[in-house]
Design a protein around this ligand. Structure first.
Ligand code: BES
Ligand code: ZN
Length: 561
């Protein structure tokens, strides 16, 4: 059975972009940029090829200093700065103009870049720069129509002083020269510059990292080639050539980012026992759901993350077995139910209304776990064979396109005419027929427990725990000195809530070292709720903030304001 629905040609309106792709549409971008660590700036030009090209072109920018367009200081205007969207750059296009050259430089506080001093790296010798463009931060370092519906190919020349290595999520043609021949949404344009080394893992897989952590990263992610093979068996060919992972310094604000051919990852998943590597399965899964078939607007974010979370579970089951995969799913569902208690009903829909909001606000467990549960429900109803065949066709049918929730629904109805998923899409909470993800957690701790068993056990301690109780279990299991980021973050949150002082030095150390928002946010939230905690929070933040990414800084600023 093949899909017969018509082509996805007209784009839904993206409320998070000023771009006018219906009139003039960017198709290819060439970047020629010099990296200045001294000024914390990228400087150079972006050459944009247009098709169609109307009488004007509107691009997204945020805090960019636009110097010239097509060699001139006239013929363009930068509009007022919207706090969420940035500023439109409107360019007049004389008849017949099919390309524009924008000369510009970025701001030191560009929201999509983090500039690290050498002291903030593992190697301590050289500074480090990395980008994080999702959701709408590409515009802070590339003038572009920054909507996931506007796919572009790109090429680049990046100049950085020796001994620095530049990497992009693209094919590397020569040092500092890159080409991305497959059209990608702008949020997948990515750059990193630092003292980096490569270690192959398989014929098409490998690790990039700073030399001091390369060994650790390579052994943690040793199963990567197998993961790619498992994903291909399930959902069809991997279409991006290589699959490498770049391990970033601990200030990286996310767990992982699925930049094509080159996942960016936090070093906080290097637990030493592979217990957190489902992150790689997740980012790899985006090579199908997200990078191949992309949400057309941020309302449809669940198409990226829900599918990916489901596929992540499937890959994990192939490599690490059903038990591990169900255990992680069960934990995520626990977390989702907890989180939904505090979410406004509208934010519990899969397709959410982000009008007037930053799309980063949509990053709750709902698109991820509720989305994955919906697919799990389809699996249980129709069987794996049919669902997998459906997914394979879905990826083929929409490959290299950006689609809306409505396109998915139309495809679903072709595959499974009886199915109605509207309650999942447009109602809060979980539908009555939500699949049960049950896992029998053992009640009594033992040394051999997996990370997720410890997390479940810690979360099931009496709430609030007393400091005396935490001291008892700390004596037995030494949580305060745990080197596992998930366990220590959970433990520190409980320590704050219980006023367990022996953990405070470790709390400060962790928050100064790690800028991953998932950990930083709940710890500062717990601090400001604790007696005397606001002052403690301010003191810690004074030491930590200069090492935090702009995204993490904004999150903490909002908590402490
Ligand atoms: N694409 C996301 C990260 C993201 C989402 C960045 C929205 C900016 C805006 C990535 O694939 C992701 O989901 N990362 C998770 C880890 C994953 C294992 C659930 C993260 O960073 O926590
Ligand atoms: Zn994801």
């Amino acid at each position: 059975m093949a899909f017969t629905i018509t082509d996805v040609s007209s784009l839904p309106v993206d409320i998070h972009s000023f771009g006018n792709p219906g009139e003039s549409r960017v198709r290819h971008v060439h970047l020629d940029l010099t990296v200045s660590f001294k000024e914390k700036k990228l400087k150079g030009s972006a050459t944009l090829a247009l098709e169609p090209a109307g009488s004007k072109l509107i691009l997204d920018t945020r805090d960019l200093n636009i110097l010239k367009v097509n060699g001139s200081q006239d013929g363009f205007r930068v509009g007022p700065r919207d706090p969420i969207l940035g500023s439109p750059l409107e360019i007049d296009l004389p008849v017949g103009t099919r390309s524009v050259v924008v000369e510009y430089e970025t701001a030191p506080q560009a929201s999509g870049l983090q500039w690290l001093s050498s002291a903030q790296t593992a190697g301590k010798h050289s500074p480090f720069l990395f980008s994080q463009s999702q959701a709408i931060h590409a515009r802070s370092w590339v003038p572009i129509q920054d909507s996931p519906g506007v796919r572009v190919t790109f090429s680049a020349r990046i100049q950085a002083a020796a001994p620095l290595t530049s990497l992009m999520a693209a094919i590397q043609l020569a040092p500092g020269r890159f080409h991305m021949p497959w059209p990608v949404p702008p949020y997948l344009i990515a750059l990193a510059v630092g003292e980096l080394q490569f270690r192959p893992l398989g014929a098409r897989t490998g690790i990039w990292a700073e030399p001091p952590i390369l060994d650790k990263a390579a052994s943690e992610f040793a199963d990567m080639e197998q993961m790619v093979q498992a994903a291909e068996r399930l959902f069809g060919p991997y279409r991006w050539g290589r699959y490498d992972v770049l391990v970033l310094p601990p200030s990286f604000p996310f767990g992982g980012m699925e930049n094509p051919r080159l996942t960016f990852a936090t070093p906080t998943v290097l637990a030493g026992d592979k217990s957190l590597v489902s992150l790689v399965a997740h980012e790899l899964a985006h090579s199908w759901s997200g990078n191949l078939v992309t949400n057309a607007t941020w309302r449809d974010f669940w198409l990226n993350e829900g599918f990916t979370t489901y596929i992540e579970r499937r890959i994990q089951e192939e490599i690490y077995g059903r038990r591990q995969s169900e255990m992680e799913f069960a934990i995520e569902v626990e977390e989702l139910k907890d989180e939904m208690k505090d979410l406004p009903p509208g934010d519990q829909h899969l397709a959410i209304d982000l009008k007037g909001r930053d799309p980063d606000d949509g990053m709750t467990g709902v698109p991820y776990v509720k989305g994955a549960l919906m697919l799990r429900g389809l699996e249980e109803k129709h069987g794996r064979e049919k669902l997998d065949a459906f997914l394979k066709r879905y990826f083929d049918r929409f490959a290299f396109q950006s689609i809306a929730t409505e396109d998915f629904v139309a495809a679903l109805h072709e595959g499974f005419p009886q199915d109605d998923v509207s309650e999942w899409l447009n109602q809060p909470g979980l539908p009555k027929d939500v699949p049960k993800i049950s896992f029998d957690f053992e009640p009594n701790p033992k040394k051999t427990w997996a990370t997720q068993e410890w997390l479940h056990w810690l979360r099931s301690q009496p709430k609030p725990s007393t400091a005396a109780h935490l001291r008892d279990i700390d004596m037995q299991w030494d949580f305060t000195n745990s080197g596992n980021s998930e366990i220590i973050a959970q433990w520190l949150e409980m320590a704050i809530q219980a006023g367990y002082e022996p953990a405070y030095p470790r709390l400060e150390e962790f928050l100064v070292e790690v800028g991953r928002r998932k950990f930083v946010k709940p710890l500062f939230e717990a601090l400001v709720k604790a007696p005397g905690g606001l002052e403690r929070a301010r003191n810690i933040y004074a030491k930590a903030w200069s090492g935090y990414h702009p995204i993490t800084q904004a999150t903490v600023d909002a908590i402490l304001k």
